[in-house]
Design a protein. Structure first.
Length: 226
């Protein structure tokens, strides 16, 4: 009986060895995006008075004053392997949630319409996909053609705008409003960290992960044109 039990344990260890070795060679990585200057927030939709005056149809929300929660942190290097996050885009209260959606390339994006009205979603430029009609309380899916930056808008409600960043590496995350970010398992070694913001790669630097690693990343936000 004991030899049989030992054989089972050996077989189990053989199956788990790749995952155990990967865990031993990887470490948590956390950090903070630290702004080196101040920036005045600007909404992507600039029609005078649009955000200030209630119109009885669309909800009025406070603007997003800290640009860091629109920044995507990307890690590049060898040995990166992690499941991509769910690629879901909500339509709720006549808003896209989130307004910045990072996804892995070739991932299927699911659009979930929680509004009581139909929304027609179309590309802002390049016509990389056909317009999508999303009925009330329903879902629809689409796939982006390749890694890159894409924008979608509502054909009926011009304030509804979402930026989708399709990334060719599995290690990426949308930063919090405080600038904090965290990766659970990043391979130990020399890697590259990049930061994307509103259509631009605004920062790039080499990093070394060795055990639990904490970083402070200085970020200079590019000026926004009126």
């Amino acid at each position: 009986m004991r030899p049989l039990l030992a054989t089972r344990w050996i077989a189990l260890l053989i199956l788990l060895f790749p995952f155990i070795s990967l865990s031993l060679d990887a470490s948590p990585l956390k950090g903070t995006l630290a702004l080196t200057g101040q920036m005045k927030h600007q909404s992507p939709f600039q029609a005078p008075g649009y955000w200030q005056r209630p119109n009885g149809i669309l909800s009025i929300k406070e603007p997003n004053w800290d640009p860091r929660q629109e920044m995507v942190v990307v890690i590049r290097g060898s040995g990166l392997s992690m499941p991509p996050p769910a690629a879901e885009l909500l339509i709720e209260d006549f808003q896209f949630v989130p307004s910045i959606l990072p996804v892995h390339e070739q991932t299927t994006v699911t659009v979930i319409n929680r509004d009581p009205t139909t929304h027609i979603i179309e590309p802002v430029e390049n016509n990389f996909m056909k317009a999508l009609t999303v009925p009330p309380r329903s879902n629809i899916t689409f796939r982006l053609p390749k890694a890159g930056q894409y924008q979608l808008r509502s054909s009926e409600y011009p304030h509804m705008l979402v930026s989708i960043l399709a990334i060719d590496t599995p290690a990426f995350i949308l930063a919090e409003a405080s600038g904090a970010f965290r990766f659970a398992d990043i391979p130990n070694g020399h890697l590259s960290l990049e930061v994307w913001y509103r259509g631009q790669w605004i920062h790039k630097q080499p990093i070394e992960v060795k055990g639990r690693t904490s970083l402070v990343i200085p970020i200079q936000v590019p000026s926004q044109k009126d």
